[in-house]
Design a protein around this ligand. Structure first.
Ligand code: HEC
Length: 118
C-alpha cells in the first residue's frame, strides 16, 4: 500500500516536471531550430512569426517570398504547419525554406509556441 502511494507521488512529480520542461523547451527549441532565420517580431532570412496562426502564407508585406509560397493559397494552422515542418517541399513544391523538423514532439512544441506568438 505504502509503495503504491510512493509510486503515484513520483509519477505526479514527473508529470509536473515534464510539463514545465516542455514550456521551457518550446522557446529554446524555437531559438535553436528557427531563430537562425526567423524572429517573432522582425523579418530576417525568413518572415516574422508573430501572428502567423491564421495568417495566409506569403502575406507579410515587404518580405520577398518565393512565388511558390506566395501563390500557395495556404493558411497557417496546426495542420498546415505540421505538414510544413515535416517536409516543406512536399507541401509547397518550389518553396525556399528547406528546413525539416523530424521529431514529432519537437514539431508539436514549436507549433504550440507559434500558436501563442500573437
Ligand atoms: C535557413 C533559414 C530558415 C530556417 C532555419 C527556418 N526557416 Fe522558416 N522560412 C525561411 C524562408 C527563407 C522562408 C520563406 C520561404 C519561401 O518564400 O518559400 C520561410 C518561411 C516560413 C514560414 C511561412 C511564413 C509565411 O509568412 O508564410 C513558416 C511558417 C516558417 N518559415 C516556419 C519556420 C519554423 C517554425 C522554423 C523552425 C523549425 C523555421 N521556419 C526555420 C527560412 C528558414
Amino acid at each position: 500500500m505504502r509503495a503504491h502511494h510512493v509510486a503515484l507521488t513520483c509519477l505526479a512529480v514527473l508529470a509536473t516536471q515534464a510539463g514545465a520542461d516542455e514550456a521551457l523547451d518550446a522557446k529554446a527549441l524555437y531559438e535553436a531550430r528557427c531563430g537562425g532565420c526567423h524572429a517573432l517580431d522582425a523579418d530576417r532570412t525568413g518572415p516574422h512569426h508573430a501572428g502567423v496562426f491564421g495568417r495566409r502564407a506569403g502575406s507579410v508585406a515587404g518580405f520577398a517570398y518565393s512565388p511558390a509560397l506566395a501563390g500557395s493559397g495556404i493558411v497557417w494552422n496546426e495542420v498546415t504547419l505540421e505538414r510544413w515542418l515535416q517536409d516543406p517541399e512536399a507541401l509547397i513544391p518550389g518553396q525556399r525554406m528547406n528546413v525539416r523538423v523530424s521529431d514529432p514532439a519537437e514539431r508539436r512544441a514549436i507549433i504550440g509556441y507559434l500558436r501563442a506568438a500573437r
